[in-house]
Design a protein around this ligand. Structure first.
Ligand code: B12
Ligand code: SF4
Length: 534
């Protein structure tokens, strides 16, 4: 943590000094509606060649990133010869990448990325610049969208597409081919002779169907590599799974979350057609439903489950969930239609903090949702975070206690993550207003993680001093590690049999069984939150 505060007193009282940062859960939906369109014209760009790169996210579970596939489909509809190179799958070093770029002969590169991949993107851009003179580099995704000028300059790229880009791509590529000009392309930002231009928000697909924007160009990915990669619990390693999105955007407005657009659910006939197609083509057993939309409303989730059942689609799937939409009926339908695991973004064990972050959920809903889910035999994963404005020792302890109270039958540790105010979130703007983040460069320098882990507090937004916030965060981590080590040791003995007495003896001596400790430590380093926040 870089900023310093004087007070190191821990206030156990739960006094939240600020109001929720964003209050209307529908704010984004209303704002973005004007941009929604469903007509795209595809120019003929035969002969144009593009390489889309997926940066390495340094995670052992290789989840296919769908955004580049959608963008590639838009390019293919223009006749562009496009390839996708997934650096997360192949972990190329600099020399290998340089050779790939040179040998490809391609002059236009696209890179889709999230903020945590920024150092990787910088590396990719640097290598392209070094070996492909005159290359055009287009960035897309959550990395450039909220702060395109800073990101373009820092990465050394030329053009950023803002948010969802299927409808931006055709006019953009036409402009690059000399059929039109960049000034007229909506939804991009770019640097020209060092000067920065921003052409505003993109047009968005109404429902993201096959007809409208197409399905992602799966043929361009190394599909078997994703299928072979380690599985999310409770799927088994032999199961064949791929990700799919059920819609776009989100109608809520949690203060820590980066969201750019109105929510749009895909029509279920189109979604189920795609699932059926993928299942047949790749012999799939199931899906990771990666977006935030599936459990947004009782109505939607009911329709989805019923559509899966009506089609007789025998699948197993996981999804994200919102505790406020859970009912016994919904859980029953989810189970019946093949759901094996739900990831709930619980975020905090303190009600006032939930309100501060505009989560629009209650602790009663949390307990009820977890109980119903687990009683139905659906595995429950959850994420909590520490570091919201107004947090103190007590609010952190409330989160630790919540985890302990709702955990049973665990195979892995659950922990409290650091709350990172990513660019594009309400918190990022709030931090700038309060002077906690000076500018985009300041945040870029503080955010040192380049992987999935959110183990740091790059900006101290709490009421605590930096050192106290850090100390309490580590102490919470240790408390939970200890808790899960003991819990898993007991589960292990119960499940596999073994010497319960010596386990008790170990515990009395303050020692844990070494094989359990190893397993817990290994697991903690690859904790799978799935990047999901709903
Ligand atoms: C699936 C998912 C993941 C997956 C896959 C991520 C991926 N590379 O796609 C995994 C599990 C790996 C993941 C991990 C994490 N994630 Co995540 N994830 C998502 C999620 C839920 C859905 C993404 C998705 O598939 N959307 C649907 C597709 C169609 O949209 P899209 O990917 O945005 O693609 C469109 C545009 O971005 C653009 N585009 C995309 N690629 C390209 C490429 C080019 C060349 C161009 C021109 C355009 C372009 O056009 C696409 C089509 O419209 C989003 C939330 C969301 N609803 O988007 C969070 C989200 C992207 N994740 C987020 C976060 C914070 C994380 C984690 C840090 C969380 C964690 N600790 O677990 C890690 C970070 C991993 C890393 N090292 O970078 C944040 C990103 C914040 C930010 N500013 O970067 C999001 C937005 C969640 C949120 N609500 O805040 N995540
Ligand atoms: S955390 Fe989930 S529910 Fe909240 S705004 Fe983000 S995507 Fe929507």
């Amino acid at each position: 943590m870089a900023n310093n505060k004087n007070s190191s007193l821990i206030q156990p009282s739960v006094t939240i000094p600020i109001k929720p940062i964003r209050t209307s859960p529908w704010a984004n939906a209303v704002r973005a509606k004007q941009g929604i369109e469903n007509e795209v014209k595809y120019p003929n760009l035969d002969g144009m060649r593009v390489m889309i790169l997926i940066p390495d996210d340094h995670y052992n579970k290789k989840l296919m990133s769908l955004g580049p596939g959608y963008v590639a489909t838009a390019m293919q509809r223009c006749g562009i010869d496009v390839t996708i190179t997934d650096c997360a799958i192949f972990s190329y070093d600099d020399i290998e990448l340089a050779k790939i770029f040179i040998q490809s002969g391609v002059k236009i590169f696209g890179i889709g990325a999230l903020y945590p991949m920024s150092k990787e993107v910088e590396r990719l851009c640097g290598i392209i610049r070094a070996v492909v003179p005159g290359a055009t580099i287009i960035l897309g995704g959550a990395l450039p969208t909220p702060i395109p000028e800073f990101i373009l300059r820092q990465m050394g790229a030329d053009i950023a597409t803002i948010g969802e880009s299927e409808m931006t791509i055709p006019p953009l590529m036409a402009a690059l081919a000399g059929q039109g000009s960049l000034e007229d392309v909506r939804g991009i930002a770019y640097l020209r002779d060092g000067e920065f231009f921003h052409n505003g928000q993109p047009a968005l697909p109404t429902r993201a169907t096959r007809v409208e924007v197409g399905w992602p160009a799966l043929d361009l990915y190394p599909i078997e590599k994703y299928i072979e990669s380690p599985k999310f619990y409770p799927f088994e390693q032999h199961e064949r799974l791929l990700p799919i999105v059920t819609g776009r955007g989100c109608p809520y407005a949690c203060d820590f979350c980066y969201r750019v657009s109105a929510y749009r659910i895909r029509p279920f006939d189109d979604l189920l057609d795609e699932m059926e197609y993928m299942k047949d083509k790749y012999n799939l057993d199931g899906f990771y439903i990666v977006d935030d939309l599936l459990m947004l409303s009782t109505h939607k989730i009911t329709d989805f489950c019923e559509s899966v059942l009506e089609r007789g689609l025998k699948i197993r799937y996981n999804c994200t969930g919102r505790v406020n939409t859970v009912t016994p009926k919904i859980i029953e339908l989810l189970k019946e239609s093949g759901c094996v695991s739900i990831y709930y973004g619980l975020e905090s064990g303190n009600q006032q903090i939930l309100q501060t972050m505009s989560k629009k959920t209650t602790l009663e809903q949390v307990h009820e949702a977890v109980r119903l889910t687990r009683d139905a035999g659906i595995y429950t994963a959850y994420g909590l975070m520490f570091g919201q404005p107004g947090e103190n020792a007590q609010t952190l302890q409330d989160s630790v206690d919540l985890i302990k109270n709702i955990s049973y039958g665990e195979y892995r540790t659950n922990k409290v993550f650091g709350c990172v105010p990513f660019p594009g979130s309400g918190l990022y703007d709030w931090c700038k207003e309060k002077g906690l983040i000076k500018d985009d460069q300041d945040f870029y320098d503080r955010y040192i993680n380049q992987n999935w882990s959110l183990d740091q507090l790059p900006v101290n937004m709490t009421d605590l001093s930096d050192s106290e916030a850090e100390r309490l965060f580590r102490a919470a981590h240790d408390e939970l590690s200890q808790f899960f080590q003991e819990k898993m040791a007991v589960d292990w003995v119960n499940f596999f049999g073994g010497d319960a007495e010596s386990l008790q003896q170990d515990k009395k001596n303050g020692a844990s069984m070494p094989h359990i400790r190893q397993r817990v430590e290994a697991d903690a380093s690859t904790y799978d939150t799935s990047g999901r926040t709903s």
